[in-house]
Design a binder for this molecule. Structure first.
Ligand SMILES: Cc1ncc(COP(=O)(O)O)c(C=O)c1O
Length: 463
């Protein structure tokens, strides 16, 4: 790198200067990388004005053209915006804190801000089907081209699927709701992990079916407990999350998936497999691969890409699929073709895989941060998970801790949202995805850790 100046932050100047030390490659890219790193760490905040081209060029001993290229590259990555005559500014993000000034760690969204900025320019220009088809009603299961794209995505997730066995849904929650309405009647009992996804608990309340929790260990459902529950309840449906269970992050090994598949066969269970977080899992294929004839596989693009797409699918054997298609028709005729078309284009041009890769990388990095900050605390998680199930010291109730964390500006989930049955574990769930930068994740986790260490919780919070 032909940069003469080794100084980084110069005390006499208040303006920001890039740290180029150790950066290789063209200088313009090194400057853009430095901007990127400082936005990520929080050192450069939204609205900060970058040094004028000439000043930075003089300071670094490079040409003005190099600085212009660097700023153009930063703008292309969505890091800056320029105002003619006023300079180059770090782009504003949506506020980290919600309207009440709270950092929300209760709904898992990991937003690839830079990728989104890149996509914005050609969001509606890349299409797979013509507008006339997209703006009309779709066929019942979704357009074939879109189901083919979804099948390609499922293959990427480890489940090669026939597009004819797929129905598109408005996200995984809709996939679960329509599957439950196809398989379960009011009053029926459905077997679930003893800590289960809160959205499935909501469905049971809404649709008036019962849940029976099955004991878990570090790998999720215990096969012997599942078999015993089948015998005592005579349930015919199991809902579970074998890859990165929500909230515990448990991942079933291949051996465990084979054991669960064997119990499902023996007890003639229909399994609703929720693979919403499967794209992050180190296990390369889901349970449905072993027992496709008795599994409804439900997933969505909400976590791997964007929740706002409201796009997911259910994959099922033909007889069950027809009933789910009927439930989709009854609830929303068909899903919107526009999100499905965007997805199809992104699968074809590699954008979808690139975003999912970034999310895998970012989740792993966030895990390292969380483990460092919560070092010494007891928690259940997985190195590639976006969830942490945090055990609380005996003096706390789950609800009390959530209230205390909220008083300190962080929103968490109490165990009552996930627990099946009357026992409320002394634990809370943390989502590592929502903070927009690693810096704000650290800030939120530090506040949670302070709550844990604080020997004198506010009296109001102890329940
Ligand atoms: C395990 C699980 N299943 C389903 C959903 C619903 O996802 P979607 O946004 O695709 O409806 C979620 C959302 O958080 C989830 O965690």
């Amino acid at each position: 790198m032909d940069c003469h100046c080794r100084n980084v932050y110069i005390a006499v100047m208040t303006m920001w200067l890039p740290n180029l030390e150790g950066r290789t490659g063209p200088v313009y890219r090194a400057i853009a990388d430095a901007i990127d790193a400082d936005v990520e760490s929080g050192a450069l905040r939204a609205g900060t004005r970058l040094p004028p081209h000439r000043d930075l060029a003089d300071h670094l001993g490079v040409t003005v053209t190099t600085v212009t290229r660097a700023y153009t590259e930063a703008a292309r990555r969505g890091l800056t915006s320029g105002h003619v005559g006023r300079g180059t500014f770090i782009r504003g993000r949506e506020s980290e804190e919600n309207d009440n000034g709270l950092l929300d760690m209760s709904i898992n969204v990991l937003m690839p801000d830079k990728e989104v900025a890149n996509l914005e320019a050609h969001l509606m220009r890349k299409r797979v089907l013509p507008w006339t088809q997209l703006l009309g009603y779709a066929p019942k299961r979704g357009h074939l081209r879109h189901r083919q794209a979804m099948a390609a995505w499922l293959t990427y997730l480890g489940l090669p699927a026939d597009p004819d066995h797929i129905v598109l849904t408005a996200g995984a929650q809709h996939g679960l709701a329509t599957t439950a309405s196809a398989l379960v009647k009011p009053g029926d009992t459905v077997l679930v992990e003893e800590l289960t996804y809160s959205g499935f608990r909501l469905l049971s309340q809404q649709m008036h079916f019962k849940l029976k929790g099955v004991a878990m260990d570090g790998e999720g459902l215990k096969p012997d407990a599942l078999e015993a529950a089948c015998r005592t309840t005579r349930a015919t449906v199991l809902y579970c999350m074998p890859r990165l269970q929500n909230p515990t992050s448990a991942v079933m090994s291949e051996k465990r998936r084979r054991q669960i598949a064997a119990v499902a066969e023996k007890c003639r269970l229909t399994v609703i497999e929720d693979d919403t977080y499967g794209f992050l899992s180190p296990e390369r294929w889901p349970l449905a691969r072993l027992i496709p004839h008795r599994t409804v596989f439900v997933t969505s693009l909400s976590k791997s890409l964007f929740g706002g797409l409201r796009l997911g699918c259910a994959v099922a054997p033909p007889a069950i699929l027809d009933r789910i298609v009927g439930a989709v028709w009854a609830t929303m005729i068909t899903t919107s073709s526009i999100g499905a078309d965007m997805l199809s284009a992104w699968i074809e041009d590699g954008t979808a895989a690139r975003i999912a890769d970034w999310k895998r990388h970012e989740s792993a990095a966030r895990q390292v941060i969380a483990r460092r900050i919560l070092n010494g605390q007891r928690f259940q998680t997985h190195p590639s998970s976006l969830h942490m199930w945090l055990a609380l010291p005996a003096r706390w109730s789950s609800e009390g801790f959530v209230a205390e964390a909220r008083a300190r500006g962080v929103v968490l989930n109490a165990s009552s949202e996930f627990a099946v049955g009357t026992e409320q574990p002394k634990a809370v769930r943390l989502c590592l995805g929502p903070p927009r930068t690693r810096g704000s994740l650290e800030q939120a986790l530090t506040r949670v850790n302070e709550c844990l260490l604080d020997r004198a919780p506010t009296a109001r919070a102890v329940v």
